[in-house]
Design a protein around this ligand. Structure first.
Ligand code: LLP
Length: 404
């Protein structure tokens, strides 16, 4: 994304042209950015060529997943729906891992039938259920057990998953008991230790700590795991003050770990692959002037992009055309939904805006569209993929007919 002659462009296409042609609100992704992200991710860890399973929950557009598949990635799924989607997108079942604390019998059964790489179990009850279903099917099912390493990921509390108060995984003691349970089962083969300590992690230290804890527990189990699934969570800088995760240091820590453990590493990245590829293009419906600030009322709302309302998340917001005139007032960018949290951002400094102008909300490729809803019976936005000068509709705008 860059300004050329004051016009914001995504690859070779101006955002204004996209809005004119396809309407607003519109999610728009850059293929080139996606390609670069995957290339960089692979490069960062190239010495041990991990299996990279894209976290489908971060973006569930089948055409995006098809593109990601072309780069050789697998999938991390957390529901039967995501598993069906990954398979429909053509992802090899032997590159699919299934996470989640509450997999139903139906979901477990489906995953076994589809012969996916691993079901990463998160409790004793789940392992007993996998064993029961596998026995009925007369199969030996390959699983992982998710460890809760009680590590603070130093991220937002709402997206932290690796501390003992979080519902995810099992503690070290139970982990060791479950390893023994699996050893004694004819229908379960334990192949993996998995972890995922949280999302939007920008500091490598929690990862280092997590690796130390895993290392200790593996020694206690006395077995070599074929796979170590380190989850995802690699953060991206949403604002200027945030620094990128130090991949070099994370990579070094894993390399040190691999000196004493001969396992294949699995990653489950979502945000770091797709986050900065997407923008939300929106039109100003009205400007409401008040004493303290002006409300910029957009045609996009919290149902289209939940992150600011849900986590107080910051998303860089830009005009599609720069005019170099300063706004005298503070601007609050809001949606039309009947909730006070339907607010994207408040900015003291911004350019002067007019009704009908186009505004761009950045870095919404991850957990943007996938968290969207039909609240207030609003239809979901169109999704577009830009490649050079070409624009492809990868999901049509939802019609009211589908909702009524
Ligand atoms: N693996 C597991 C087991 C997960 O639970 C998650 C994310 C991921 C991988 C991918 O994490 P990533 O690399 O994208 O950080 N809605 C929140 C994020 C929730 C993340 C949930 N789990 C947000 O918008 O920030």
């Amino acid at each position: 994304m860059k300004y050329i002659n004051n016009k914001l462009k995504i690859e070779n296409v101006s955002v204004q042209a996209i809005a004119n042609k396809f309407g607003t609100p519109a999610y728009c992704y850059s293929h080139n950015q996606l390609k670069n992200n995957i290339h960089n991710f692979k490069k960062n860890f190239s010495t041990f060529s991990p299996l990279i399973c894209f976290a489908i929950k971060s973006n569930t557009n089948i055409n995006i997943i098809r593109e990601i598949k072309k780069f050789g990635l697998g999938a991390d799924v957390v529901s039967i729906g995501e598993l069906m989607l990954a398979l429909k997108a053509g992802i090899n079942p032997k590159k699919i891992v299934f996470s989640g604390v509450g997999k139903t019998s139906n979901e477990i059964s489906y995953a076994i039938d589809k012969k996916i790489l691993l079901i990463n179990a998160e409790s004793k009850s789940e392992i007993i259920e996998i064993n029961r279903i596998a026995k009925l099917k007369k199969k030996k099912v390959e699983i992982g057990i998710r460890l809760n390493p009680n590590t603070d990921a130093k991220t937002l509390s709402q997206i932290s998953t690796g501390k003992e108060e979080n519902k995810f995984g099992v503690d070290s003691k139970l982990f060791l008991d479950l390893v023994n349970y699996c050893k004694n089962s004819n229908n379960i083969k334990l192949k993996c230790l998995s972890v995922h300590i949280g999302s939007q992690i920008l500091n490598h230290k929690p990862y280092e700590k997590m690796l130390g804890i895993i290392s200790k527990i593996i020694k206690k189990t006395n077995i070599e795991f074929e796979f170590i699934d380190l989850g995802g969570g690699m953060g991206i800088p949403y604002n200027k003050d945030q620094t990128k995760l130090n991949y070099k240091k994370y990579n070094l820590a894993i390399k040190r770990f691999l000196k004493s453990h001969k396992s294949k590493i699995i990653f489950e990245p979502g945000r770091s692959i797709i986050g900065n590829t997407g923008i939300l293009v929106s039109k100003i419906t009205y400007i409401k002037e008040t004493k303290k600030k002006n409300f910029i009322i957009l045609d996009a709302a919290m149902n289209d992009l939940m992150r600011p309302a849900l986590y107080g998340a910051y998303h860089k917001t830009l005009p599609s055309i720069k005019n170099n005139k300063k706004s005298k007032k503070t601007l609050e960018f809001v949606g039309p939904i009947c909730e006070s949290t339907d607010k994207f951002i408040t900015l003291k400094k911004f350019q002067k805006l007019n009704e009908k102008e186009i505004i761009v909300i950045c870095d919404v490729g991850a957990y943007g569209m996938s968290l969207s809803s039909n609240y207030n019976l609003r239809t979901k936005p169109i999704e577009l993929l830009v490649k050079g000068s070409k624009i492809k509709i990868i999901k049509k705008r939802q019609k009211h007919k589908e909702l009524l």
